[in-house]
Design a protein around this ligand. Structure first.
Ligand SMILES: Nc1ncnc2c1ncn2[C@@H]1O[C@H](COP(=O)(O)OP(=O)(O)OP(=O)(O)O)[C@@H](O)[C@H]1O
Ligand SMILES: N[C@@H](Cc1ccc(O)cc1)C(=O)O
Length: 375
């Protein structure tokens, strides 16, 4: 596969941003080690945003010949008060639920879970050099910048937080350097950590990634944040500014009821959540159901997506590109209920192997039911 094809795989949907494509091309050209990583807090059930969006990109990275790694951020979850802030519970959930849930998600998106390395944060934290890296980074970042970056842990600026939470962003940057990551991957909400990493890499006393004597910059790949199904806090949205702000806040999240479909949800739950979803007729700018169609169903184009309707409502219709579907919806030729039902059916089929796995192996979900999901 040539370099342009490999770059196109990295750029493929749901990628929203690559910092920068030139540096990525350079990594390929000089034959640098291609070490990817994506980190997750261990906080609750895996939803379509965390499982399928990350899983899809992991599949693409593997096809592009990049080594893939999932970083199970147990210490970070403890700092961020997840699962009652109990490190032992967090580690148990990481190894017995989260790992297998991500493996299954990667598989349904066409990747090979056996080629993904899973690393628990506490394994690398034990090494003394890790903390030296954290301090080195901290000496190159201002306090106000650290405070602005707490959004990477789902916290808001101005929120009252304990001091440990200010160490977290520096740890996330250290995780990149310490693991020799050349391709740091996450959803768009994590970009602040990666921008710090790219800048600070140039300022440290030692350089974190050296290849054949050359100091390389890490590359950041950010995927689209899948919208949650809930209604936005204000409607209609009247300005571009307001639109951007709302979109950033309205990502699918397990903490918002009816926002998320979980990877193990039953067909009935999926149908019910979609039936209640925010999906006004003709609305194509802010529409979570269309957002899911674009980033999950039409990730590959052309693809055949058939919407079944009774003859009196126009009969079956098949779309091969997202643009065709969007156009019909905008013109009122496709009813929200028909779109919702078809997206629900697609997801039920896509998630079937995961559901069946958890039916055969109920222990991970039993464990999840026994833990306290906080925040
Ligand atoms: N809706 C989403 N769409 C795509 N990626 C997501 C989404 N939500 C989270 N991610 C990504 O998954 C990774 C883990 O994020 P995080 O732990 O915040 O997810 P979460 O389970 O949705 O958390 P929370 O429900 O507390 O917001 C990050 O890279 C993040 O950008
Ligand atoms: N901040 C990430 C989790 C994370 C933690 C450490 C990392 O090195 C990377 C990612 C989130 O909230 O989803």
């Amino acid at each position: 596969m040539d370099i342009e094809e490999r770059i196109n795989l990295v750029l493929k949907k749901p990628t929203e941003e690559v910092l920068t494509v030139e540096n990525l091309r350079h990594l390929f050209e000089v034959g640098a080690p291609l070490q990817h990583y994506i980190g997750f807090e261990i906080s609750g059930y895996i939803h379509l945003g965390t499982g399928l969006m990350a899983g899809a990109k992991i599949a693409d990275f593997q096809k592009a010949g990049i080594k893939t790694r999932i970083f199970l951020a147990d210490w970070h979850s403890w700092i961020n008060d997840k699962l009652g802030g109990d490190l032992e519970v967090i580690q148990e959930v990481a190894l017995k639920y989260f790992k297998v849930g991500m493996e299954k998600s990667i598989e349904v998106m066409g990747g090979d879970p056996k080629k993904v390395e899973f690393v628990l944060a506490s394994e690398i934290l034990e090494n003394g050099d890790y903390w030296q890296t954290v301090i080195d980074i901290s000496k190159n970042v201002t306090l106000s910048r650290v405070m602005r970056s707490i959004t990477i842990m789902g916290r808001q600026m101005g929120e009252s937080i304990d001091f440990a939470k200010l160490i977290y962003p520096m740890m996330q940057v250290a995780d990149i350097f310490y693991q020799g990551v050349t391709i740091a991957h996450a959803g768009m909400d994590q970009r602040k950590a990666h921008v710090i990493a790219i800048e600070v890499a140039q300022k440290l006393k030692y350089h974190p990634i050296v290849h054949n004597g050359e100091k390389l910059k890490p590359v950041a790949v950010h995927h689209h944040l899948l919208l949650g199904l809930q209604e936005p806090p204000v409607w209609p949205i009247t300005s571009e500014e307001q639109f951007k702000e709302i979109k950033a806040q309205m990502k699918m999240s397990k903490s918002k009821p009816y926002s998320a479909v979980f990877i193990h949800d039953s067909p009935e739950e999926i149908k019910q959540k979609l039936r209640k979803a925010f999906c006004p007729a003709r609305e194509v700018n802010y529409n979570p159901v269309l957002d899911w169609a674009e980033h999950i169903i039409f990730r590959e184009e052309p693809t055949e997506f058939t919407i079944h309707r009774p003859a009196k409502f126009g009969g079956d219709v098949t779309y091969t590109t997202f643009e065709e579907l969007k156009k019909d919806f905008a013109e009122g030729k496709l009813h929200p209920l028909d779109l919702k039902n078809a997206v629900a059916e697609y997801l039920i089929e896509l998630l079937k192997p995961i559901r069946e796995y958890f039916e055969r192996h109920p222990e991970p979900l039993e464990l999840m039911r026994s833990v306290k999901i906080t925040r």
